[in-house]
Ligand binder design. Structure first.
Ligand SMILES: Nc1ncnc2c1ncn2[C@@H]1O[C@H](COP(=O)(O)OP(=O)(O)OP(=O)(O)O)[C@@H](O)[C@H]1O
Ligand SMILES: [Mg+2]
Length: 250
């Protein structure tokens, strides 16, 4: 992890005192995700929606957290902010020692690409592209050469149990296998956090169990995982649960 990637915003790295800026890795007592009194307000004409109302949340390196709540409670809004796809209306968010406040759109995108691996309910794979090339795509955006892209992609797919499916198209894979391709794609850049929004939402029970088992294995390897779900049974499998209701943590 190179600080030079964010060179123009070094003064924006307002991590707490004691943060090791040189290697951008959190010290034991500093959270990887540090959200304080965060609000997200949508304005639609004359209507104002307070989707998040004063949320504070700390997630440490190596944690596996489920954010659970009913439809409309603000889960995706929170995920979009954690994943640097959206910005808070008020409050602070410090991700891996970098405050998102004051970052330009390009800086926010670089922070996202470096720190976050996304997994979505609908897999979001490229349809006419092999499993290997799907997983390699985020590395292309990071400027990694073709040979290394393919090597790292195959290694990630093999880790997810798909070593026999490297050249398959998404249409030639089951739903659970497609979601494992998506998890491999989230992992291949070696991000700080895997952020998953309803990752088992489209899967039958057995495939859902298989995908959750993969998250548990990643957690055992020391990965940090934030999983968003409305399903209490799925959430109950995570070591820590955070409940969202009407835009607040309860
Ligand atoms: N772009 C937007 N503009 C206006 N209001 C929005 C927007 N996105 C979400 N909202 C509102 O913010 C609230 C929280 O929505 P959000 O999508 O975060 O809920 P959720 O918990 O992810 O729900 P679900 O489980 O159905 O996905 C809802 O009342 C929603 O209508
Ligand atoms: Mg949602």
């Amino acid at each position: 992890m190179s600080a030079t990637l964010l060179a123009p915003s070094v003064e924006g790295r307002t991590g707490p005192a004691g943060w090791d800026h040189a290697d951008a890795s959190p010290t034991a007592d500093h959270a990887l995700i540090d959200i304080r009194d965060l609000w997200r307000v949508y304005h639609l004409g004359s209507v104002t929606v307070e989707a998040l109302r004063g949320v504070s949340l700390q997630v440490h390196q190596g944690e596996f957290v489920a954010i659970v709540g009913p439809s409309g409670s603000g889960k995706s809004t929170l995920m979009n902010i954690i994943g640097c796809l959206d910005r808070p209306s008020a409050g602070s968010y410090v991700l891996a020692g970098t405050s998102v406040e004051g970052l330009s759109d390009d800086e926010l995108a670089r922070l996202r690409s470096r720190e976050i691996g996304f997994v979505f309910q609908s897999y979001n794979l490229l349809a006419r592209t092999s499993a290997t090339d799907n997983v390699a795509t985020p590395l292309l955006y990071q400027g990694v050469g073709r040979r290394e892209r393919i090597e790292r992609s195959r290694a990630a797919l093999t880790e997810l149990g798909l070593g026999e499916r490297l050249d398959h198209l998404p249409s030639e894979l089951s739903g659970g296998q497609q979601q494992r391709v998506a998890i491999a794609r989230a992992l291949v850049t070696n991000p700080s956090i895997i952020l998953a929004d309803e990752p088992t939402g489209n899967l039958d029970t057995a495939s859902g169990v298989e995908v959750m088992a993969r998250f548990h294995a990643l957690h055992r390897q020391g990965r940090t995982i934030v999983l968003i779900t409305h399903d209490h049974e799925v959430a109950a499998q995570a070591p820590r649960q955070v409940h969202v209701r009407d835009g607040q943590l309860v």
